[in-house]
Design a binder for this molecule. Structure first.
Ligand code: FES
Length: 91
């Protein structure tokens, strides 16, 4: 990778309805199964997936820019990034 920062996939949250279970959030931003780990982080020496337990069926707001201070969840930090273009207040 060119830097120690994870790849920005999007300047928005990824809202997904999740079933209960254990998931592995992609921390590197390289997964082809975004926002979940597919093993692509092995090409880096920096990143490891973040394990997440979802205890009940719910909508989860995953971080897609990977700059959230509450990873793997979105804290709207994408709105402070230089590439962010506001579209609507639901993002
Ligand atoms: S593919 Fe990104 S952390 Fe595994």
């Amino acid at each position: 990778m060119e830097s120690d920062l994870p790849k920005i996939r999007g300047y928005k949250s990824l809202r997904l309805l999740m079933e209960p279970g254990e998931y592995y959030f992609c921390a590197c931003g390289l997964s082809k199964n975004n926002p979940f780990c597919d093993g692509s982080h092995r090409a880096t020496e920096t990143f490891k997936p973040i394990p997440v337990k979802i205890r009940f069926k719910q909508e989860v707001k995953w971080c897609d820019c990977r700059r959230s201070k509450d990873l793997p969840f979105c804290d709207n930090e994408h709105r402070n990034l230089p590439g962010y273009v506001p579209k609507n207040i639901e993002e």
